[in-house]
Write a protein that binds this ligand. Sequence first.
Ligand code: IMP
Ligand code: MG
Length: 179
Amino acid sequence: MMKSIKLKDKVFEIFIPETEISAIIHSMAKDINEIRVKNPLFIAVLNGSFLFASDIMRKITIPNSEISFIKLSSYSGTSSTGEVNELIGFGEDITGRNIVILEDIIDTGITLEKIIELLKEKNVANIKIATLLFKPKAYTKDINIDFIGKSIENDFVVGYGLDYDEIGRNLPHIYKLKE
Ligand code: IMP
Ligand code: MG
């Protein structure tokens, strides 16, 4: 395992090796499998959660589980708020569904709040949130996060889906920025 790696101009050091990621996911799946809902719809938030989603879904044993993917598109709008977000990739009707959001990381919670707002507009029955990583010191929202893999400091991390300027997502381990 490489102890440190260079991505563009920055050096990152090993933080969460893949063996630990796999143990975290195993334990999260065990907790999620306790949810008393049938036919949940897991929604993975692209791009960051593609590896997390594929690994955790293989450990989900809830009957009739489904998975779908969304991507949040942000662009400059004309309103004074400046930014408009919308979900792309939502084909199916999700009215009345029990949703489990799969996120790679929750930082300030701004993205999460947007997703919840957009899902609520679609009148889903219930929303649970699972995130591999969580930065409690950066979190500014009071939305309860149901399943947290690991809480971390306000470090910038890459690997296992997480990117630095779109690179590093394919790394099997999670690295953090070296100070
Ligand atoms: P939030 O809206 O502030 O919670 O940030 C959410 C998004 O910011 C995540 O989905 C990531 O795409 C990105 N992000 C936050 N922290 C990190 C990090 O440490 N490494 C890579 N991406 C991050
Ligand atoms: Mg992301």
